[in-house]
Design a protein around this ligand. Structure first.
Ligand SMILES: [Fe+2]
Ligand SMILES: [Fe+2]
Length: 164
């Protein structure tokens, strides 16, 4: 199992919200729910939690990742033009790599949901997702909150709810 330093998101949660524009809070609430489920994956060895986690990760990839890319990154591009390196490229890279890992885990689940291999893989995926959330909560969203205009943030907030 991967050992690493993961900050306790629940302890930080109120402070994280204070650092991020209210219009972007729905994304942080998504993080909150996902982080807690991923934390359960890493702490327990319960098949039901693995099933739920796979369902939630698939949903996050389809909705949360897509909304970050379509709503936030398309606007951030107006300020940070370089798409080879930097925050836009890295965020997209991480999303694609989480998606790839998710498909590998899914494959292993279908082969044998009780195998040690599957459990190792889902634990690693949970860890990677928690680190991704940590990075977004502590760096990406606080900075995006400062860079985007009030109007852009209001557009994101309105579209977030329409697209759900
Ligand atoms: Fe993300
Ligand atoms: Fe996110």
């Amino acid at each position: 199992m991967t050992k690493g330093n993961i900050r306790n998101h629940n302890k930080d949660f109120e402070f994280i919200l204070e650092n991020i524009a209210t219009e972007l809070h729905p994304f942080i609430y998504d993080h909150h729910k996902t982080w807690n489920l991923m934390s359960q994956v890493r702490k327990s060895n319960v098949q039901q939690i693995y099933n739920k986690a796979l369902e939630v990760i698939a949903h996050e990839i389809q909705h949360h990742f897509k909304q970050e890319e379509d709503l936030i990154l398309t606007r951030l591009k107006r300020y940070v033009n370089n798409q080879v390196v930097g925050p836009i490229a890295k965020l997209i890279d991480e999303h694609r790599s989480i998606e790839k890992k998710y498909h590998e885990v899914q494959k292993s689940y279908h082969q044998n949901p009780e195998s040690l291999e599957f459990k190792k893989q889902i634990n690693l995926l949970a860890y990677i997702i928690m680190k991704h959330i940590e990075k977004e909560d502590h760096y990406f969203y606080p900075l995006v909150s400062l860079i985007l205009s009030q109007e852009e943030k209001a557009e994101i907030s309105a579209l977030f709810h329409i697209l759900r």
